[in-house]
Structure formats: structure tokens, C-alpha cells
Design a protein around this ligand. Sequence first.
Ligand code: PLP
Length: 401
Amino acid sequence: MKEIMKINEYYTEIGNNYLFAEVAKRVREYRESYPEKKVISLGIGDITQPIVPAVIDAVHKATTEMGDASTLRGYAPDGGYDFLVNAILKTDFQDKGIQLDADEIFVSDGAKSDTGNIGDILGQDNHVAITDPAYPVYVDTNKMSGRQIELLPCTPENHFVPAFPQKTADVIYLCYPNNPTGTVLTKEQLKKWVDYALEHQSLILFDAAYESFISQPDIPHSIYEIEGAKKVAIEFRSFSKTAGFTGMRAGYTVVPKELTAQTSKGKTLSLNALWKRRQSTKFNGTAYIIQRGAAAVYTHEGQIQIRQVIDYYMENAKIIKTGLENAGFTVYGGVNAPYIWAKTPDNMTSWEFFDLLLNKVQVVGTPGSGFGQAGEGFFRFTAFGNRENTVEAIERISKLV
Ligand code: PLP
């Protein structure tokens, strides 16, 4: 009998993308039943404010260049164009006292791809520690590869600072400022993780997608602010929330050359070289036009303009946080991150509270349980809405309780 084609059966263990599909389904059904009601979403973490003029101008200019044989660009260089890589190096690192080389930066189409794809260069039998709740990509992609996962609960009891894993972790995912809890680690707290990784030869995958929302001092913007981190950490950055690139697609990943790992035969390999090999084989670069747009973020005007948009979102965060607190909710986050993590009232489950908000006041948020079991009993509000809707949503919720 012919051997049948086999699928990657680990995919059967991850289930469907239940969370946002279920949110969309419940909202759709509600809208069909009550078409006259205005539903406000503070749910999915997508942007609402226009992309800033500096970026739009650069994108227009780059588009025009593509229509002229003398300025046309084809395949982009592996790792990104110099004009973008140098801007990243200077503004995101050198100006903050961190020295990195150009070939340690890999420009990509965003942090989702990179945080998901990084597993390609990691062995299957690594013990992987992931904070809980978390951005679902970390757990799902590791399940897709059949890796053993240990969840590290982050709750009010531990002030959302994960404890070290019970079994020594080979790979650790940390995301700060955190999605979904909106919480951060201080330098001292992050240093403990870097020291742990140095001691146990673990790899930290540090997702800094929300770094630009940090407002308080002593909160690290990059893991490389911590001594020794270049030996143990890969960092992911994104232009999505920083500069409204969710639909444009750009991010980058830092893989320091100091990062090495041993093969089973005891040979030392550079993770930078492995990631370069992976990217040059499976990824053909971020569009020139988009890289020009991303580089414009680092110009003087670009920096001023994106700061105004970030401030706008963070004012929303303040409105949500103080509004909910005044209404008697216990809330976390919202100071260094565009997410507010609220305890559901009366010990309701996350989904019970979702239904209550939708049915009684037509406000949509994201049930915390969708980000992991430690998210049960919590609810995430995003600050990425427009001001009018944000204010109205909080007024409605305040009247509810
Ligand atoms: N990492 C975290 C923690 C996120 O919340 C998101 C998006 O919501 C991403 C990465 C993905 O970012 P990108 O749009 O760059 O793929």
C-alpha cells in the first residue's frame, strides 16, 4: 500500500485561532440582532491614527523612484538597506549607549514573523519557558514544532514579574512592555533574567515591540541595556505600533554576534550566522518603499510626529486607566504600554465579562483567558482607539457598575 502523505501533526494540537475569531463572531451576531446600536471596540490592538506625514512623504518619493529605471530597486540586500540599518543603529542604540554592528540588525516584515520564525534555528528538544498570559505566537509556534513549554504565570500576586522556571529553561520568551498585561520589568528585574540566562546558558527571546510606549525612567527600552545581554539575548522590534506600520509591515531583529550555541557534537556556532542563513534562504526582504518609510521614522520630523501619535494613544491609555479605576475596577498597565489589564468584577470569567460589556453597553474588549490560563478573570482594553470612542466607551462602562 502507498505510504500516505503526512502532515505536521503538532498543528492538530494548537486548535483554531479561537480568540479573535470568537470575538468577531459574537460582535457580528450582536450587530445583526441590534443594528441600531453603536458598538465601540477597544479590543484588537490595531492602530486608528493616520501614518505620519514624514513617512507618507518618504513612501511617495520611493514609489516614484520605482517608476524610473535609474532609481529603480529590485531585491533588497539581506538584512535591510544601509540607510535604514544605520538609522536604527544610531537612534535606537548608539544614542542610548548601546554599540551594535550593522550586521547584527536584520530588517524584516514585522515582529510576528520573526518571533514566530526564530524557532527555525532552535532545536526541537529545548525546554521553553513562556510567560502566561502572552502574545499567542510564542506558545503556538513552539507547539507547532513540538517543543515542551513551561508557562510562567504573571499575576497580581507576583506583581506580573515571572518566577524562574521549575525546570531549567533553554529558551525564555520575555515581552516588555507586555502584551496583554501592559506591565514592565525594571532594569533590576530584567537583570535577574539576564543573569539566569548567563548562568544556565539559556537564550532569551526579548520582544520589545512596545518599547516606544515606555514613559518612566529605569524601565529598559532594550535588553542590551543590561550587561552581558549580548551573550544571551535576541531582541525583536516592530514599527507597527511605534509608527503605525501594522498594514505597511516592517520590524527588525537584533542577533548579536556574541551569541553562540553548541551543537550536540560540541561545535560552537554563531546564532547570528544561523539567522542570516535562515533569512537569506526563506525571506526576500522588506519592500524598498516600506524601508524608506521606516527610515523616515528616524528623521527629526519623523521622531516628533510619531511621538505626537504615541502621546495621543497614551492619553487614551490614561483615560481608560483612570476611568476604570474611578468606576471601581482594579487595573494594571497603561503607563508604559498601550494596554490596560483589568480584573473582571465579581469574579466573572473573562468571557462572561465580555458578554456583559457587549450586551449592556456595546463595548468590545479582549477576554484575558484568550492569552493563556493565567489571563482568566482579566480583560484587556487597548489604547489604540480614537479619542471620542475611547471616552464614550469608558463613560458607558462607568455607568454599568
Ligand atoms: N509582539 C507583540 C507582543 C505584539 O503584540 C505584536 C502585535 O500585536 C507583535 C509582536 C507583532 O508585531 P508586527 O506587527 O511587527 O508583526
